[in-house]
Write a protein that binds this ligand. Sequence first.
Ligand code: ZN
Length: 433
Amino acid sequence: MSKFLIRAMVLPMTEPDVFYPQGEVAVEGDRIVSVGEKGSAPPGFRPDRILDLPDDVVMPGLINTHTHAAMTLLRSYADDLPLMPWLNEKVWPFEDKLTAEDIYWGTALALCEMIRSGTTTMLDMYASMDQVAEAVLHAGTRAVLSRGMIGNGPNGKLALQESLDLVKQYHGAGEGRVLVMFGPHAPYTCSGEYLQLVKAEADRLGVGIHIHVAETLDEIKIIQDQYGKTPVQWLEGLGIFGGHVVAAHCVHLTPEDREILARRQVCVAHNPESNMKLHSGTAPIPELRAEGVVVGLGTDGASSNNNLDLFGEMRSAAFQQKLRVDSTVLPAYEVLEMATVGGARTLGLKDVGMLAPGFKADLITIDLDQPHFYPRFSIPAHLVYVAHAGDVRTVMVDGKLLMEDRKLLTMDVKKVCQEAETRAKRISALFEA
Ligand SMILES: [Zn+2]
């Protein structure tokens, strides 16, 4: 079992006022042993390696609570279009041509980008999830995987079977780094009967549900016309809530919807940049948090963002609410909480998201010895309003280094980029002529 001692500024994200300007984090195997001031490691702790990074801040790895990783292959392929033509004429025809192997390489590209930008865990929803799982196992990150299920389409039954297989094969794989949830796509792509079947299977296997909810006004209208209810109230009536549910977006909510989400402990994956780019709207995040809803941050897929950088997402999350409400809402520390502790709670992970003894050693360091980080008044404000992906220096997951001095250790970045380029261009060429 390897032992690390990381000497740096420590922002453990346990409580707003806890910060060690000259601190250290001791790691043994996959767990954190101690967190505190320099010299706080237990007596007799003999590290195999000391990472001496006095100008870095060490903090929990960031958690992306909603993405479609392999959509990196569609990055900047189609932009600046209305939602329905974008989906019908560009995204879905392209996705229709993706092979399982393409999805492996698209996910590998996403994981390279995530590691480089300090993301240690993702909640992914896509197809060919065995390929996604293999890419995650290879990269060394943590992930919760859900097979996206379009219940109303011809593959609804098959997708449910693939979800069951995914649970059997990968739930708990990689020493617990990979977990599985069920991923019924959305209220407008799944019938009530299908959703209830999915819920019954999820309950039987003891896994959660990940679903898009109340993302656009179009969705609100479709569900209102079909069932005379809001999406949240329709799902509540079907009995979908009550267990572990992660609802992505939740942009258009009534006060009653918010009350249901709070009472049923539904967790919300908030994707501000995707919501802005697709003109979906602004989710009522300060209200949800005040009412006790657990909120995590997500990037959504790279085709509606167009990157997977959670630092950018944090800044957008803060600015979007300040524009909507006023400048005092969502202060920097609260935004950091959504990207770390809140993300872990959203995904139901009890021992990640904070630097604390007994927690998993999922951590990142950010190089603050750069002009844009001086003077150092507030580290949380620097991390939310100043930092970007390229500032991350070190990434550790489960006690293993995945990046050191900005060099990825588990991935051949050049090969991944070349594969992604070739595969994406092969598909786009099918639509030219
Ligand atoms: Zn999505």
